[in-house]
Design a protein around this ligand. Sequence first.
Ligand SMILES: Cc1cc2nc3c(=O)[nH]c(=O)nc-3n(C[C@H](O)[C@H](O)[C@H](O)COP(=O)(O)OP(=O)(O)OC[C@H]3O[C@@H](n4cnc5c(N)ncnc54)[C@H](O)[C@@H]3O)c2cc1C
Length: 503
Amino acid sequence: MASVTGLSASVVVVGSGMGGSTTALALARRGVDVLVLERGERLPREPQNWSARSVFVDRRYKPDETWFDGRGRPFSPGVHYLVGGNTKVYGASLPRLRESDFDAVEHLDGTSPAWPFRYRDLEPYYGQAEQQLGVHGTPGDDPTEPWRSTDYPFPALEHEPYVAALAHRLRAAGAHPSPTSMGVDRRPGGACIRCGTCDGFPCRVDAKSDAETSALDPALATGLVRLATGTQVTRIVLDATGRRVDHLVAQGPDGEVVARGGRFVLSAGAVNSAALLLGSADEGHPTGLANSSDLVGRRFMMHHNAHVAAVSLRHRNDVTFQKTLQVNDWYLDGGDGYPLGSLQLIGKVQGVMIQSWRRLPLPLLDRLAARSVEWLVMSEDLPAADSRVRLDGAGQIVTTRAATRSATHRELHRRAKALLRAAGYDAVFTQWFDLSMNSHQCGTVVAGQDPATSVLDPWCRSHDVENLWVVDGGFFPSSAAMNPALTIAAQALRVVAESDLAA
Ligand SMILES: Cc1cc2nc3c(=O)[nH]c(=O)nc-3n(C[C@H](O)[C@H](O)[C@H](O)COP(=O)(O)OP(=O)(O)OC[C@H]3O[C@@H](n4cnc5c(N)ncnc54)[C@H](O)[C@@H]3O)c2cc1C
């Protein structure tokens, strides 16, 4: 007979990414014992961590998993099932959302809805999250930066000469470039060696502020947190009232695991948390758990993103750590009253990384990469009922998006190209993100005041299931056009400090 392992804790957390690990650490600091169930394993420190071929071509750290689009076409999702979740490979760009991101804002393509709390409610927790993640930043140059009650822990990373010259050329072209806020350990004596394999790669020297290094390991060190790896939660089971989670069922390395606790937190990532709720449908909840609003899985957002590479025949790009500059001139207003989004430098791209999506000869791509600078062009994704996560008849994940290239994003892309041309670049190449490039997934279990129009309350607790919280990118009412991880961490700290989760 197959064995069943029983585990229990006051709070059981599903997933050890940014939401789950930050929640676990905050709970432990309040004396609460926590069990973290994580389907992935610890990522090994190995030479392949910094090999572009291993990471981007061989997809060494990606799961062998298939999702489907609305037409049933398979794709490999941009997710990482690891201790630390997607943050193990993230770019560690850690901006706060802007104050207006919490309000209803008219866009070219529709309305971005208001959040059920304001920037001022999250502001103290942004400061705490920045401390925890050791964020480097310097306020002042960015016209959109929101007010702050605490300083960044560390000053912004210095630009290398190529990027400093680029900033100068952008200013001459009329833009207002500013430093990015980054979570890497460049404090005096810090572990970061400022290498060229940070954004998109795991850090081999643990110098990136990922969830494992910055939150989970400190949480485990308290002695109050236990971690079960290789343990995939497959079902949430309610008690006889239908209003409380009784236990979770998971598949562990040695067979079935049943996890019991007083309170439960889903932090499996926006898509997987929604999939788990939908897949746990029972007789009393045929459309899934916590789903009386019918909004679980809907309002799926992942930003409208594109990478652009600007090539200059005159300027060789000898940069190592490129990700130190952003341009937010059109974030709040593109000139006609509508917001457009942000432009950020990304980690320096190597020829072999381009080859993972564009099959051209490597020597040609290497020559191109030596003269190019690469940007992320990011616009807000608006929530729509038809942009959704659902399960097909076989229980496999299907994601669909109502709009793939918004008018806002097309306009931001046009402005970005024009700016880069004005700054002296000869050609600009674009890689539009497709459905598989869902690294900024959010919105699938929306937070709000009204149970009829939201899944979670403003502190991420389910309206329907009283001992269930969802603390990951799923709670976002709108995507804004900033990287999401710092906001997920700040909200996790707010949830633990202000809701009954730690009670
Ligand atoms: C290449 C890349 C670059 C990025 N760069 C940035 C950046 O610069 N700045 C930024 O802000 N964001 C960035 N992001 C996005 C950022 O990583 C995510 O927003 C963030 O990690 C989301 O946190 P989360 O808690 O929602 O989920 P995740 O961090 O993805 O964590 C989810 C966890 O749940 C686990 N899990 C899933 N299902 C189950 C299950 N059924 N049972 C048990 N465990 C489960 C997963 O293994 C994972 O560990 C990037 C992402 C990628 C992929």
